[in-house]
Design a binder for this molecule. Structure first.
Ligand code: NAD
Ligand code: LMR
Length: 331
């Protein structure tokens, strides 16, 4: 194990994802079993007591990789020399709230924390935004922290990717690990496009193994898009353990590399690949090597896929404009 710890920050750490995520991070699921960890937990002053409780539990769990755990309510303090920042902090939508109300509250957090990250974190800090609207929060963060390389600001669509793998595994009667190379294109929202055109199951095309294009182009797409809402309906709370586990997958692959011949899905800043407007934080198929992601190039995109990819890009463009309008109103 390396002695110099990786400084990992979890924002929104007193919340339900935070409670599932912190022990996974302490066990090395995000940064690997070879690296020591200094964990900082950040939340708002209102949640400070609960946050201290989480910190006490993490201390009591005596994780071998952990050098220190600290609790913070000031982002400027939490982000000092951060190497990895997992941003879960935000407000969930409550009954009676308009989309714009929740958007306004959340993007304001990401504008404020962008400045704290730009001034306090290590220049190479790797950031993944989980809190919704995840793509747009990440884009606002990027806009207000231009000092941080755009490639270091990502958002999580790995949960959607993992959901797609699990659905295809279940439908084909194979283990989830036998399913490879699905793609989530676009927004972490109901316009996301879970694409199976390049996916394989035990080395054969998913379309060949499943043999039911109507299912793959219809029910499958809807099921992946609706899974978050289905979990809220069942738990009366949004997904937490699967979100936590997926964000560990996202960070682990980013830091340690994707497997040979496999890709994953990450929300990353578009460079115009596949006709996605440059600058949008959009989910693409990516491979990772040496701590960097690259968008997988050269995939064939059929007409149906093109339309679905464009619909999600349009939604993201409109969402970003709405976020900017909310910020202008609150300025
Ligand atoms: P939660 O309400 O249980 O926890 C959120 C925490 O964030 C709370 O403790 C709150 O006090 C804290 N917080 C609010 N403002 C903050 C700020 N300025 N700084 C630091 N902390 C702050 O919610 P949760 O269930 O843990 O979900 C968190 C977010 O993740 C939500 O936005 C949810 O929609 C989103 N989510 C995303 C995905 C995904 O796949 N991208 C999946 C599940 C949930
Ligand atoms: C999920 O995909 O489970 C969440 O983003 C749902 C939500 O709205 O919090």
């Amino acid at each position: 194990m390396t002695r110099r710890p990786v400084n990992v920050v979890i924002t929104g750490a007193a919340g339900q994802i935070g409670y599932a995520l912190a022990p996974m991070v302490c066990a090395g699921a995000a940064t690997g079993r070879e690296k020591a960890i200094a964990l900082r937990l950040l939340d708002v002053p209102f949640a400070e007591k609960a946050l201290r409780g989480v910190m006490m539990e993490l201390e009591d769990a005596a994780f071998e990789l952990v050098e220190s755990v600290s609790a913070h309510v000031d982002p400027e303090e939490a982000f000092v020399d951060a190497d990895v920042c997992i941003m879960v902090g935000g407000f969930p939508r409550k009954a009676g709230m308009e989309r714009k109300d929740v958007m306004g509250k959340n993007v304001a957090i990401y504008r404020e924390q962008a400045r704290a990250l730009a001034t306090k974190a290590k220049p190479g800090v790797k950031i993944v935004v989980v809190a919704n609207p995840a793509n747009t929060n990440a884009n606002i963060l990027r806009k207000f922290a231009p000092e941080i390389p755009a490639a270091n600001v990502t958002c999580m669509t790995r949960l959607d990717h993992n959901r797609a793998l699990a659905k295809l595994g279940g439908k084909s009667g194979r283990a989830t690990r036998d399913v490879k190379n699905v793609i989530i294109w676009g927004n972490h929202s109901s316009t996301q496009y879970p694409d199976v055109n390049h996916a394989t199951i035990e080395g054969k095309t998913a379309r060949e193994v499943i043999g039911d294009d109507a299912y793959l182009d219809g029910e499958f797409v809807d099921a992946v898009r609706r899974r978050g809402a289905e979990i809220i309906e069942a738990r009366q709370l949004s997904s937490a353990l699967s979100a936590a586990s997926s964000v560990c997958d996202h960070v682990y692959d980013w830091l340690n590399g994707t497997k040979e011949g496999e890709w994953t899905s990450m929300g990353v800043v578009s460079d115009g690949s596949y006709g996605v407007p440059e600058g949008l934080v959009y989910s693409f198929p990516v491979t990772c090597t040496g701590g960097k992601w690259q968008i997988v190039q050269g995939l064939t995109i059929d007409e149906r896929s093109r339309k679905l990819m464009d619909e999600s890009a349009t939604e993201l463009t409109e969402e970003f404009e709405l976020a900017e309008a909310c910020l202008a109103e609150s300025a």
